[in-house]
Design a protein around this ligand. Structure first.
Ligand code: SF4
Ligand code: SF4
Length: 372
């Protein structure tokens, strides 16, 4: 049995007060491990202000790279890439002797290096279009590839820039890391490397250690990064003998939410009294049910629509989900956020409600007394 409890605060969508509640709980419990699992848009650190002590990069997959010094420009990788991630390197590269089925070729830029002979007549068995049909190079590329070297180049006086002058290159933004180009390359010119997908951070806050991460723009695999920050939070809890991890969950119901929910002791869903809020609650509750995670509900800004609040509570009762409290709308909460302060530090009706909710969460998780 794990020596700590894990509480995740989630919502069907962003902007429902999830981070406000998480930071308030961190303040009220006094000392816990804080884990921001909203890796697409982490913001808990703004309120908790950790002093960063460690950080590292995260790789969510592979990306292929062609070694220009090895590439002989056969075009096989180009033909086999299903993601259109490979293209001619630039217009200064020339492939002479290119045939329609890629069976025979020699590469003109080898001549430019001055110490190699053209590889005229080199044969690649797996380029036979009858046994291995592939997309031919588009006609607009062929004239460039077949353009003869200039007289200056033929005289060996020109050298191609180190990052140019090769036939093919890979666009890392389009590459899916499938590895096919590495398999088909006849001269082992393709390497699969770790793709930089984000950064994780850990440090100490006034309320205990914290870990969070930021996914790099355009990167995927946020579920994997959520798993990584949760693992780091668990290590911190074990090393510091802290009995509670509070997770600020990602919005939605996708892969990162599944990673944030799996195996926790309680999922607290923050919802708002709107039709879309009700819909989001139903979806996230179905997910928690599927993952067999105990679920409780908090209605934020309940007084903005008491009618839908009643509907939410009736729905929760019908499904045996406990409603641990209602939080009234309070401009003071927004002002606290703008001041980068924790809402529950101020005295107002919303912070009183949050304190009551925390006391019920504590009871649900069977945590001992302590904190504020
Ligand atoms: S790894 Fe796959 S997607 Fe990436 S360039 Fe190679 S074949 Fe294309
Ligand atoms: S990387 Fe390999 S498969 Fe692609 S063009 Fe160069 S030699 Fe051919």
């Amino acid at each position: 049995m794990k020596p700590f409890r894990e509480l995740v605060v989630i919502s069907g969508k962003g902007g429902t007060g999830k981070t406000t509640l998480t930071a308030s709980f961190s303040y009220l419990v006094g000392r816990s491990v804080q884990c921001d699992a909203d890796v697409d848009a982490p913001d808990l650190w703004i309120l908790l202000q950790p002093k960063i002590e460690a950080e590292g990069s995260f790789s969510g997959g592979k990306v292929a790279r062609i070694s220009p010094e090895k590439c002989i420009g056969c075009g096989l990788c180009y033909q086999h890439c299903r993601y259109e991630a490979i293209g001619p390197a630039n217009s200064t590269t020339r492939m002479a002797g290119l045939t329609s089925d890629f069976s025979y070729y020699w590469v003109a830029d080898r001549q430019l290096e001055g110490h190699r002979q053209p590889q005229e007549g080199r044969f690649l068995s797996n380029t036979n279009p009858e046994t291995n049909p592939k997309t031919p190079l588009p006609p607009e590329i062929l004239p460039t590839l077949q353009e003869p070297a200039s007289s200056q180049e033929q005289a060996g006086q020109a050298s191609l820039p180190p990052d140019q002058g090769r036939i093919f290159r890979i666009d890392p933004n389009s590459c899916e890391g499938c590895g096919v180009c590495q398999i088909v390359c006849p001269v082992a010119a393709v390497q699969l490397e770790e793709r930089y997908s984000g950064q994780w951070f850990s440090g100490e806050t006034a309320y205990g250690p914290m870990v969070y991460a930021r996914l790099a723009p355009g990167q995927e695999n946020s579920g994997k990064l959520v798993t990584l920050v949760r693992q780091k939070a668990q290590i911190l809890a074990r090393n510091h003998q802290i009995p509670l991890i509070i997770i600020d969950g990602p919005p939605g119901t996708g892969c990162p939410v599944i990673s944030a929910l799996t195996g926790v002791d309680l999922a607290l869903v923050v919802t708002e009294p709107t039709l879309s809020g009700k819909h989001d609650l139903e979806r996230v509750a179905a997910l928690a049910e599927h993952l067999r995670v105990p679920l409780a509900i908090v209605v934020n800004k309940y007084d903005l629509n008491p009618e839908i609040t009643s509907e939410l509570e009736s729905w929760a009762a019908a499904h045996s989900y406990p409603v641990l409290g209602r939080i009234p709308f309070s401009p003071a909460v927004t002002q606290s956020l703008l001041a980068k302060d924790i809402a529950v530090r101020q005295e107002n009706p919303a912070s009183s409600a949050i304190r009551e909710i925390w006391s019920r969460v504590r009871g649900t998780l069977h945590l001992g007394e302590g904190g504020k």
